[in-house]
Design a protein. Sequence first.
Length: 623
Amino acid sequence: MSVFDRSYEMPWRPAYEGYASVAWLAAFFYFLYQAVFSGTAVLATFSLAMFALTAGFFRLNQAVHVLTLRASLAGRSMETISASELRKLSEDPKRLWLGYGFEWKPAHAQRLYELSKLDVRQFVVSSFVLRLLGYRPTPQRDDEIGMPFIHGVEPREELLYQPLHTFAGGTCIAGTTQSGKGVMLTHLVSQAIYRGDVVVVVDPKNSKRLKSAVVRACKDAGRHPPLEFHPSFPDRGIRIDPMYSWQKPTELSSRIESVMPPDTSGAFKAFGWSAVNVVVQACVTNEDRPNLLKLTQYIEGGIEPILLQSLERHFVQHAPANWRDLVLPYFKLARDMKKRPSEDASDQLLAYVMYYKRDISSSFRDKSIDSQIKVFEHNREHYAKITANLLPILSQLTSGSLGKSLSPDPFDVNDERPVMNLQKVCDGGHVLYIALDSLPDPVTASAIGAIFLADLAALAGMRYNSGQYGRPVCLVVDEVSNVINRPLIEILNKGQESGISAICAMQTLADLADRLGSPDAARMALGNLNNLIALRSKDRLTQDFITETFGKTYIRNVDVTMSTGQDQNVVDFSGSFSKRLTSSREEAVPSDILGKLPNCQYFASIGGGRLVKGRIPILLTDQ
């Protein structure tokens, strides 16, 4: 029990040691007077004076320790940092700077739990005592959000660094609106740019702070200005093809399927995948690179044009040299046909189909052409119903100016915007800023973000298969609940093996659950992120997830029992006093504390369990 007594600390009390130090120092002067001026037992009184002086300073040090801890309860005000200062702090490319703070230990959790039993205002020291103690930090102002004592449980803080390789497994930044997620992202993105990484930022709301930080970091690092994509301002951005990178044609079908909304049975997704795959295979057969505009044209407008091209190409390669003469008899049959598969079916196409089915397919069958003919002969009304989930997505990605931006024509002399794709971005070591403009059009923004993430997942697979990773890629996704899909989860799960690390910012777990379909699916997605940076969070479900991640620690509690008694005889009086120290396993960070964090302050679980308490200054980018 004595071991526990020595380790138990209760700093939230008056500094009684100060009274003891005054008494010991008074004794020092008394014995010193007796030794020097009275000459009474000089050796003995001088020895007593030295002992009193030592005890006085020992008690004074204890009192200063208690007062310093109490002084730190005033917290620390928000600070700013210039871009040049940030660059100096992040000069080591193997370490990531996370602001100022300290490692969160059981002693800090103990202090925080003790504060929850008390009125903190009674223990905040006056400004006079702060100056007397030489307390340098600026206390948190009254107009700032959050409780200052959370960071004040430790008076000494240091620069927080973490080895960069610990962030390879992905990082989640969780926090409510205006809690400091944007500030944290500006620091992490800026440092990635300084390191020379390829940076891809997916920003649903087009944050001015984040964008200006990206522009400033590129300028300071001597890199090219960031490439920009914005659906509402296509003239000042780039054209980028999210269907460019693939190894197998079926990847493109899966890419479109990942953007489609979920359905209960999965049948509509399967039909959508099949419809896209037919067109993709047809384009590949005709040596025509597929893009979103072509998919929309052949799925919504009809497959007739590309089927005609496929048949002519097949006849040239496999039919007799006089095939044009052999197909002429079928033209008369086509003209006499009363029931046609569609109104757009020409006599020529019908004749080609009959010639292929009757004369060619038996010897030179082509699976792609068979699939196209099957679609061509399918009932148009039924075909429209089974592709009902697919067509809205394609329309969103190809309507208006967005069609030319996401399906660029490199031979269009009237469009001077650069034509890019994610593979060129990575090979060229660029910084790409993708703004989705989700406030006025969240549906289209979600589709754009999802298709880019699917493209990046395909690129990750190509890099992994080839073993040529090139520069590291830092993927930053703000408001991840707006765009998360299966490809992003695959990036979080396996992306590091291809040199891609991800940083995802979210507000609540419920947002992810709504997007993915269930809380279990949301937790599964977040389970692929090794690091968690938690800012202020008001949602209980999110708080529970955070505290579970941070783990538990032992908290000591002192139970004091006092009792008195009196017998019938007035003289007989009895009393008892007992003290018991117990331990219980509690959350390392109480969930309610997460809702009281000041702006730009956080708890973080990093590198396999290291728990830190930190604060991040606001980055100034206009200097």
